[in-house]
Design a binder for this molecule. Structure first.
Ligand code: URA
Length: 438
């Protein structure tokens, strides 16, 4: 078999066999297939799609590119959550410790920033020392000792996703149902959780802009999860405006810390509590969503969720002083504020433009080798539906470089729209795929 023939076959809209997909993923993982061929193949997949069988074969080949962890002898049940990517989405940082505090083990393999979307690993790495490359043994030891792991794919765990993910980020090959589904589900299968909630975003700041595309992606992932014997549901969540107020790595960690201290923006807190409630029912810790929500609320209120976050940071070598005193976390030195020019109501806070501006500032990558600047980002002062008075801050931009600041401000110039008539707040969720009690 030759990689070039597989690329051509997909370019010609033909269906790849399991053997061809396995060959390609093996070559990609070992480095025998070079980046330029992998990128060409990813573009062919993005343009021409894959059948359900190809997507399942791709997912399993990627999961099997490293170890597949069996957690059955380690903890009674392990749960997990995964977002399909969005702007200001720091949900994992709150939901996972909250769930662990409620007594369910959480072992998660997260991702990095992808295109205009932030990534949990980049956020966590704004805490000096925090390790995101745990080995399989470290993953298992930490899960059994503290019941909470938040790491990335490594050379041992879903390595194919690590390589493909980094290439997709910088080659315009993110927005593809088979590539997203296989990326997400290969990590979930490799990490071994038995119950999984997928947070599938829709809107201009999501990879699936329309609700119908988001539902299609959710259905594909739920079905792959079920085929692999996992209990899986997906929620369809709004991503037309950033989630919460903070966008950018350290800024988002600070907002997650505030939320774990029972503060934080209302929309973000609600989003986290809804996901946590579902996960607690899925993991059989609660019988109903309202019971799950009460457990999650209590874990945040009584400080247990925060304690689990601290335990996680310590276990993964993070410098705990930076989360105990979050003002120590990196913060950019140039601050510029965009203010409302008239009185009125906010109709648009364009998530994608804000995500793109934060990448321009250095919160994401334009090339694989780019370093992340943890201190830069944007704080959203007003959300859709809010009333605003002329001169009030709408967006505050944090930068470390004058040129980048200028570019970001230009990019943001029409990201927010204020009109002289009221706007309805945006919903948080549009629906659920799968049965949480199944
Ligand atoms: N999250 C992932 O892990 N992979 C994707 O492709 C998108 C979001």
């Amino acid at each position: 078999m030759r990689a070039v023939d597989i690329i051509i076959k997909k370019r010609e809209k033909e269906v790849l066999t399991r053997e061809e997909i396995e060959f390609f993923i093996r070559g990609l993982t070992s480095g025998e297939i070079p980046d330029y061929q992998v990128s060409a193949w990813a573009m062919a997949v993005l343009l021409n799609g894959m059948t359900a069988q190809e997507t399942t074969d791709l997912t399993l080949a990627m999961a099997n590119s490293g170890d597949v962890i069996d957690l059955s002898g380690i903890v009674p049940i392990a749960v997990d959550k995964h977002s399909t990517g969005g702007v200001g989405d720091k949900t994992t940082l709150v939901v996972e410790p909250t769930i662990a505090a409620c007594g369910l083990a959480v072992g998660k393999m997260s991702g990095r920033g992808l295109g205009f979307s932030g990534g949990t690993l980049d956020k966590l790495e704004s805490i000096p020392g925090y390790r995101t490359d745990l080995s399989k043994e470290e993953f298992l030891n930490q899960l059994s000792s503290i019941g909470l792991v938040l790491t990335g794919q490594s050379s041992g765990l879903a390595p194919a996703d690590g390589k493909l993910y980094a290439l997709r980020d910088v080659t315009g090959t993110v927005q593809s149902i088979p590539l997203i589904a296989s990326s997400v589900m290969s990590k979930k299968i490799a990490a071994g959780a038995q119950a999984i909630i997928l947070d599938v975003k829709t809107g201009n700041g999501a990879f699936m802009e329309t609700e119908s595309e988001a539902r299609k992606l959710a259905e594909v992932m739920v079905s792959i999860g079920q085929l692999s014997g996992r209990r899986v549901i997906a929620v369809i969540a709004d991503m037309n405006q950033p989630l919460g107020k903070a966008v950018g790595n350290a800024l988002e960690v600070k907002e997650a810390i505030a939320t774990l201290h029972n503060q934080g923006p209302e929309d973000f807190r609600e989003h986290c509590l809804y996901l946590a409630a579902n996960l607690l029912v899925l993991g059989r810790k609660a019988d109903t969503l309202s019971q799950g929500r009460s457990l999650a609320e209590a874990a945040i209120k009584n400080g247990e969720a925060w304690e689990y976050f601290r335990k996680l940071v310590i276990a993964q070598n993070g410098d705990i002083r930076y989360v105990d005193q979050p003002e120590k976390l990196p913060e950019a030195r140039l601050i510029s504020t965009l203010r409302a020019r008239t009185n009125g109501w906010v109709h648009t806070v364009h998530a994608r433009k804000i995500g793109e501006a934060s990448v321009l500032l250095g919160a994401g990558r334009a090339r694989k080798s780019d370093l992340i600047d943890p201190g830069v980002g944007i704080i959203v002062g007003k959300k859709v539906g809010d009333c605003v008075v002329s001169g009030e801050p709408i967006l505050t931009v944090y930068a470390n470089n004058e040129n980048r600041l200028k570019e970001a401000l230009e990019h943001l110039s029409n990201a927010c729209v204020v009109e002289d008539y009221p706007a309805e707040p945006l919903p948080l969720f549009y629906g659920v795929i799968g049965d949480v009690k199944a």
